[in-house]
Ligand binder design. Structure first.
Ligand code: NDP
Ligand code: MG
Length: 390
């Protein structure tokens, strides 16, 4: 039996992971599940999968979790430190699907014990790419991408030589506002931004899709994971969300990965790698689909893409600044303190204010420097949002 743990089990990726694992209960021994506020979901899945331990990030909900697990023998724990401790428990395969910068430390703990890390938490690579990749190398642990574009690139590269790669193209649906004007986008509400035309995902990543901050994070994730120069990475708007990525080789060939917009494909690929196993996802009927369309992203509507390349050119801890500023700006938008387009203004302002500061120049990327940078960038984002509203 394979020992598996799922961090962010109650979220969209976590639930899709559980869907696959629960189909084959004899194959998996579930060590740890983690969640946040959704105690009912966490406890029900811990019972169903007979996990050793269930951890909520929210210490105030520990009693509720204990009560929900009473009599099962499943350990209940709470808080960030308890999540880290659960991630350090031996497992063969660990899903990293907490949303945001909080996913970094548990992922590192899993790598340190040599587990294969299925990485959905793109923020880990954006904030601390070098640290994550070095930790894996030092401990002989493997990282498998779960983000659909990165899984697609990874699959297109099987048996290929990275030296023959000329470009990596990741696609973007364009999110909720792909056909909206700038004026309409300026007045967009969180509810409007949180609906996605093709994918069913968590609220934050859905809004990040509408602003293309998600794609900006993915450009950085591509550079950190595949180690290619950032100039090689392109973004293409593809409203159908069926081609997830393309890899261009030096002989002119483009290898495209085509599949249904169902995260269970990328999760299942990472779960069964290097084998391919049958997965319960739709089979595409291309004759019925008829056509696939592509267009270049509009830089005026999606400044996040330009910022991603600036972040990669700056290097060092700029990714940690970018992610933290983006997370805070997204909170500000959700709290209706700033408008939709102002999220990018806030992030750019934070990058400008912190350029030249030690955190952008300091090349050493450790958990401490990343966390300090994260705090500083959040504080700076708060100040930038206050200035916008003045
Ligand atoms: P969701 O918001 O659906 O789920 C997030 C999970 O993290 C939940 O289990 C939530 O708990 C938990 N959580 C929230 N805050 C914290 C915290 N501070 N500490 C610990 N746990 C916390 O997110 P998604 O599943 O959509 O995304 C997860 C990650 O995967 C993100 O990094 C995202 O970018 C990435 N990803 C997601 C895709 C998707 O299709 N959804 C596609 C590609 C990448 P609770 O809900 O119980 O409060
Ligand atoms: Mg993606």
């Amino acid at each position: 039996m394979r020992k598996v743990s799922i961090f962010g089990a109650t979220g969209s990726i976590g639930q899709n992971t559980i869907d696959l694992i629960a189909r084959d209960p004899e194959a998996y021994d579930v060590v740890a599940l983690s969640g946040g506020r959704n105690i009912a979901r966490l406890a029900a899945d811990a019972r169903r999968l007979r996990a050793d331990v269930a951890v909520t990030a929210d210490e105030a909900r520990l009693e509720e979790l204990r009560a929900a697990l009473a009599g099962t023998g499943i350990e209940a724990a709470a808080g960030a430190a308890a999540i880290d401790e659960a991630a350090a428990r031996p497992a063969d395969w660990v899903m990293s699907a907490i949303v945001g910068a909080a996913g970094l430390k548990p992922g590192l703990r899993a790598l340190e014990q040599g587990a294969t890390l299925a990485l959905a938490n793109k923020e880990s690579l954006v904030t601390a790419g070098a640290l994550v990749m070095d930790t894996a190398a030092r401990h002989g642990a493997r990282i498998l991408p779960v983000d659909s574009e990165h899984s697609a690139v990874f699959q297109a590269l099987v048996g290929e030589d990275m030296d023959a790669v000329e470009r990596i193209v990741i696609t973007a649906s364009g999110g909720a506002f792909r056909d909206w004007s700038l004026e309409q986008m300026a007045g967009a509400t969180p509810e409007q931004a949180a609906t996605h035309p093709n994918w069913d995902m968590g609220q934050r990543i859905t809004i990040d899709s509408a602003s293309m901050f998600n794609k900006a994070l993915e450009v950085i994730e591509t550079k950190e994971f595949f180690g290619c120069p950032h100039e090689m990475i392109e973004v293409l708007v593809h409203p159908e969300s069926l081609v997830h990525a393309l890899v261009g080789f030096n002989d002119g060939a483009l290898m495209a990965h085509v599949g249904p917009p169902d995260m269970r494909h990328a999760i299942g690929y990472a779960l069964h790698w290097p084998a391919r196993r049958a997965l319960p996802v739709e089979r595409l009927d291309l004759a019925q689909i008829g056509q696939l369309t592509f267009r270049a992203p509009d830089p005026a509507r999606y400044p996040a893409l330009r910022l991603a390349h600036e972040v990669l050119a700056a290097g060092g801890l700029a990714g940690a600044v970018f992610n933290a500023a983006k997370e805070r700006a997204l909170d500000g938008f959700l709290e209706r303190r700033i408008g939709f387009l102002q999220m990018a203004e806030v992030v750019e302002e934070v990058l400008t204010r912190l350029t030249g500061s030690q955190c952008l120049k300091n090349a050493e990327i450790t958990l401490d420097t990343v966390q300090e940078t994260d705090h500083l960038a959040r504080k700076t984002a708060e100040a930038a949002m206050a200035d916008i509203n003045r």
